[in-house]
Design a protein around this ligand. Structure first.
Ligand code: GCW
Length: 679
């Protein structure tokens, strides 16, 4: 049985004839001179092939190559690499190439890069090739990451709890650090390196000021030491009011010279602890967090003060654009851009603005945030959410690959057709000195890290898309399934199909046709479309659905909140067409009568009911698919997924019945004929 701890680095004994084929191609390792990273590479190769071949593969000295040698190194640490004429100049600092070739009459595999970390990434690429059934004697891989910063954001609190975490407690044990290094920290770094992630923000954006005390910095420094060989840089979230909150100054006003000096000194301390520290992440003047606005200063004044403290050390300041509630009369969807557009161009050049994928908050489906395309002079970092706060949390199977892909491929038309979000992130539309992408992690102390096997896939797909935002969700799912379960073709097809359809299925039973924020209060679990009594208007589901006897949906057109005007004219025109994009964003942008005719010929009310039914049916189909795979999955993971799918099925019905009951009551309409009876 499997407890899932190994995630996709699940090296299991190979069966014949594959074992012999792999053994023939992997007879010995020839490795570049040792360094912490090269040691990590060597250990990974040894661990993996020992497990897959059930025998030790020897490490040979440089020069002594044989048939089946695997050479891993850089031109500097393994001179042989220079003799091989590999396309290293295209690979940059983190890229790799892995090639089967003949050298001195010997058939060898070269894993080559310009840097040690590139070699480690190349080793993982070679292992993936083997794990996914590739020919061990015919390898031809070359890749370099398309984005510079590829970050996980942990919303981990110093007391060990995780905000919006559904997989146990924080894996950082602040009590026993720095003396005790849990092996899990090393595995965490390995796993992230295996998908090319290169940075991690250790603590919650709702940041405790204490993280900047020496007491915690020493612990964070220990984690940085553990992660360093794996290319993973440490970043910290900081509380904007730290100087005053820590009792060291009377104010945290960014215009105060003492405050500026405090941050300079503090930042210098941080770099003393962590010489290659990545930078700070800040949530300011958002949901009660302090910020420059508390002192009448702008986001730019606040961000620039911190950027100035970081600049001498080469550090990066990532400022979040997730702000709202400036004025209760304003459409929340417009607030981030309205706040930051006027500041565009006024940030220091080591400031990056981190923008959530949609304009509200990680809803099952949102149109792209208008900041992508409209913020043109400040580098943007995408913020996705891996943890499924609004998507069924632990148990619901929702593979996020297609959702990420939908956002990354979206054409903003910011500089004519082809101005996709992916290209904006890569700096191809507006020049960016540094590029990046981040996602809120779903990692915790659960044995399987993520509280369920299929949640692992969301960590995996984020890493792969961070490395290459143009990869497809389907191709990545296929790799993940092969590495996590088996590469048997029928099995892979069935599971990939389940995964690819799962996000749309969830949208259908939770919030079809562009509905959003229909969740119960605060924990965000389960339906609550009727909730209307919360103090902040923009927290109420009724604020978003606007359902009454006449119709439903949020009018964001020119005669409504005019949020469409924040997009380029081409995109705005499409959003203004209710039928565009397969009616995916219909009720996001339009308030329509219940009898509004849909493309399919149904009225909106009939269509809505049909979508909820379809969502429930989609889960039933996933159950049937999964049941058919029982013989091919170990019982532990099989039973967990099966039990989770049953929960999901029950809760899909709950969503459907609760939402339709509410909309039926508000519209005064009976459930459409033929609609499934409430469960
Ligand atoms: O998604 C919402 C969450 C908050 C979170 C906030 C944010 C960290 O409900 O828990 O706080 O967004 O992104 O800052």
């Amino acid at each position: 049985d499997e407890d899932g701890y190994d995630l996709w680095l699940r090296y299991r004994p190979l069966a014949e004839p594959r074992r012999s084929a792999v053994e023939k191609a992997v007879r010995a390792f020839v490795l570049g001179a040792a360094s912490p990273t090269m040691t990590a590479a060597r250990e990974e190769l040894e661990r993996a092939f020992f497990a897959m071949l059930v025998k030790c593969v020897p490490v040979l000295d440089d020069g002594a190559i044989c048939d089946g040698a695997v050479l891993a190194g850089t031109p500097e640490n393994l001179p042989l690499i220079s003799a091989l004429d590999l396309p290293l100049s295209d690979l940059g600092k983190e890229g790799y190439c892995v090639s089967s070739l003949t050298h001195d009459g010997k058939r060898v595999t070269a894993i080559a890069a310009n840097t040690d970390i590139g070699v480690l990434y190349g080793c993982f690429a070679f292992l993936r090739h083997i794990q996914t059934g590739g020919d061990p004697a015919k390898v031809d891989l070359a890749a370099a990451p398309k984005l510079d910063l590829r970050l996980l954001n942990h919303w981990d609190n110093l007391d060990g709890s995780v905000e919006r975490g559904y997989a146990g407690y924080s894996i950082w044990d602040w009590w026993t650090l720095p003396d005790y290094v849990n092996k899990r920290y090393i595995d965490y770094a390995r796993v992230n390196a295996s998908i090319g992630l290169n940075g991690t923000v250790l603590n919650n954006v709702n940041a405790a000021p204490d993280i900047l005390s020496d007491f915690y910095l020493e612990k964070a420094a220990k984690l940085a030491d553990v992660f360093r060989p794996y290319g993973l840089k440490v970043f910290l979230s900081v509380n904007f009011a730290s100087p005053s909150a820590l009792g060291e100054l009377a104010t945290s006003d960014p215009a105060d010279p003492a405050v500026k000096q405090w941050w300079k000194d503090k930042t210098r301390d941080v770099y003393r602890w962590i010489p290659d520290f990545g930078g700070f992440l800040v949530k300011a003047n958002s949901e009660g967090q302090p910020g420059p606005g508390d002192y009448g200063r702008s986001h730019a004044e606040g961000a620039n003060m911190l950027a100035d403290a970081l600049a001498p050390h080469g550090g990066i300041l990532i400022w979040r654009s997730f702000v709202y509630a400036s004025d209760p009369g304003t459409d929340r969807a417009t607030e981030a851009l309205s706040e930051f557009k006027p500041l565009d161009g006024t940030f220091r050049n080591n400031v990056l603005l981190q923008v959530k994928n949609g304009p509200i908050d990680f809803q099952p489906r949102e149109p792209v945030s208008p900041s992508f395309g409209q913020i043109t002079e400040t580098p943007l970092v995408m913020e996705f959410q891996i943890t499924k706060e609004y998507l069924g949390q632990t148990a619901h199977l929702a593979y996020l690959g297609p959702a990420f892909e939908e956002v990354l491929k979206f054409d903003t038309h910011a500089r004519g057709p082809g101005s996709t979000v992916s290209r904006i992130l890569k700096g191809e539309i507006f020049p960016q000195k540094v590029t990046g992408i981040a996602a809120v992690a779903n990692i915790g102390t659960d044995r399987d890290w993520t509280g369920g096997t299929f949640n692992q896939a969301n960590w995996y797909v984020f890493g792969r898309m961070a490395w290459d935002p143009d990869e497809t969700a389907a191709a990545i799912a296929e790799d993940w399934v092969k590495m996590t379960f088996t590469d048997e073709a029928g099995f892979v097809r069935t599971v990939v199909d389940m995964m690819i359809g799962s996000h749309e299925t969830l949208v259908n039973y939770m919030m079809p046709y562009g509905l959003h924020h229909q969740v119960a209060t605060s924990h965000h679990y389960g339906p609550g479309p009727w909730v209307s009594e919360l103090d902040r208007p923009e927290w109420n589901p009724t604020y978003y659905n606007r359902a009454d006897e006449n119709g439903i949906g949020f009018n964001r057109l020119a005669n409504g909140s005019n949020a469409v005007a924040q997009y380029s004219p081409e995109v705005a025109a499409k959003f203004a067409d209710p039928h565009a994009f397969g009616e995916r964003y219909l009720l996001w942008f339009h308030h329509v009568p219940w009898d509004f005719p849909l493309t399919c010929g149904k009225t909106l009310w009939e269509g809505l009911a049909a979508r909820y039914d379809k969502g429930v049916e989609g889960v039933a189909q996933m159950i049937a698919s999964w049941e058919s795979l029982r013989p091919q999955v170990d019982s532990q993971r099989f039973e967990q997924v099966r039990a989770f799918l049953k929960i999901q099925h029950r809760e899909a019905q709950w969503w459907r019945d609760a939402c339709l009951a509410y909309f039926s009551a508000t519209s005064g309409r009976p459930l459409p004929e033929g609609h499934a009876e409430p469960a």
